[in-house]
Design a protein. Structure first.
Length: 455
């Protein structure tokens, strides 16, 4: 039986925490979802609204998760149990832990696809995306491999595993992005993509665009699933949460903006539609790469970048669940990683096999009817609808209410001020936002998710 304190560990430096937490936030959403949502929502005007949402809504909420974690030094369930032992609010922490394992189960499948596309580009393989993800001999080993890499990082613990690898992976990710941005913006015709991305046309802004920006800003920072509570629990009481949290949000936002500079000039230069939707990364971009000099090498670098971004996110998802077993069940880190990893693999197998391999998983209308479940028809998409959208939004709504009204903004603000030089005026602004603005905005996001699924 392990000693929880020894197993938990602590960040070795502020830089290590920022890179790890930013790595948690920087994922496929920055490179896959942000560009296509921007493309579908009118370009630069959407980006302006997105930036406002990050600053006015996401940042105050991020501080709330970080102070909750640091104050209790626990995982999401343990954090809420520490403040309100025996209350039904503990179920909110349990929801965060479950959300972590279920999102990881299908996210690692998609991450495996990105990893496989590195070699697909290098080997000049012409297998199209549909056949690629329908082959069990490709997707299941890739899923297992990516999950294994995630487990390997988390095995090392907080400082020697997550922090050490984040210091390598995040600079590598930025370096690869710069290379691809330079190549993209120097393509003939790239100026059209830059104009689309940098010159806002606010006449295109609608209520749907604003809600889409809110949702993208919120989900891009990995909020609502307990990752920032868990990472905050490894912070020293002397660390400035306001400064560290601001750097995390800034880092994640810069990566998302850089992704736009990397993708839109290339899309316009080759005459493709920026509103291609989810197919943009796995279908449209590979076609673009093929049309460029050294396209296979550029494509391999791009999917290596995606794999790194995905790995920094899967690490945080696994860590949320591992921290629960270390804190609450007194398991060793090694045992926790093995058990959670094996369980995640079993849960994720149906997602891996639901893209054309197994008919009953690829089209589940036999179980849910012609409209599917929440408008989705295959197992992976159903999992994403339940856990990646609904559970995240619901968890975030309940956590914001818990911090603002149950724990109380005065006690939360006291923790926020610990180690920070933030002035009383800014603290009062934060208290107002976490108590009133954040719950209302997150509720709007949740309603929009429901509306999207129910038509």
């Amino acid at each position: 039986m392990a000693t929880p304190g020894a197993e938990r560990g602590q960040w070795g430096s502020r830089v290590g925490f920022i890179l790890a937490a930013a790595g948690s936030a920087v994922g496929l959403g920055n490179f896959w979802r942000f560009p296509y949502v921007t493309g579908q929502s009118g370009g630069a005007a959407f980006v302006v609204i997105y930036l406002a949402c990050v600053a006015l809504v996401c940042l105050p909420y991020l501080f709330a998760e970080l102070v909750l974690g640091r104050h209790t030094q626990k995982n999401p369930l343990g954090a809420i149990r520490t403040i309100r032992p025996g209350s039904p609010w503990v179920l909110v922490g349990g929801l965060c832990v479950l959300t972590g394992v279920f999102i990881l189960s299908y996210y690692a499948v998609i991450a495996g696809w990105t990893f496989g596309y590195i070699f697909k580009n290098l080997l000049f393989a012409h297998l199209d995306f549909g056949h690629f993800i329908a082959s069990p001999w490709i997707v299941v080993p890739l899923f297992a491999l990516f999950l294994g890499l995630t487990m390997l990082v988390v095995f090392g613990g907080v400082e020697e595993g997550i922090e050490r690898w984040s210091k390598v992976l995040m600079p590598l990710l930025i370096g690869l992005m710069i290379v691809l941005i330079v190549r993209s913006v120097t393509l003939p015709g790239a100026e059209k993509g830059l104009a689309f991305y940098l010159k806002p046309d606010f006449s295109k802004v609608t209520g749907e665009v604003i809600v889409a920006a809110l949702g993208q800003a919120f989900f891009s920072l990995s909020l609502g699933m307990g990752a920032m509570i868990t990472y905050g629990s490894y912070l020293s009481r002397h660390e400035d949460v306001v400064v560290a949290g601001s750097y995390v949000a800034l880092f994640d936002t810069l990566i998302a903006l850089m992704a736009g500079f990397m993708i839109f000039p290339a899309v316009f230069a080759t005459g493709h539609d920026p509103a291609s939707g989810p197919a943009l990364v796995f279908i449209v971009l590979p076609e673009i790469f093929q049309a460029l000099p050294l396209g296979n090498l550029i494509g391999a670098l791009f999917f290596l970048l995606l794999s790194i971004a995905a790995l920094t996110s899967t690490v945080s998802l696994l860590e949320v669940v591992v921290a629960y077993f270390v804190d609450e069940r007194r398991w060793s880190r090694k045992r926790s990683v093995w058990v959670v990893g094996a369980l995640t693999f079993l849960i994720g197998l149906p997602s891996a096999l639901s893209q054309g391999t197994v008919a009953g998983l690829s089209n589940m209308d036999w179980l849910f009817g012609a409209d599917g479940l929440l408008g989705q028809h295959d197992f992976l998409s159903i999992m994403d609808a339940i856990w990646g959208n609904l559970a995240l939004a619901l968890g975030a709504l309940l956590i914001s209410i818990f911090v603002g009204w149950v724990w109380g903004v005065d006690r939360a603000a006291e923790e926020l001020r610990q180690g920070s030089r933030v002035g009383p005026g800014l603290v009062r602004v934060w208290q107002f936002f976490i108590r009133y603005i954040c719950p209302v905005v997150i509720f709007i996001i949740l309603l929009n998710v429901f509306r999207g699924y129910l038509g």
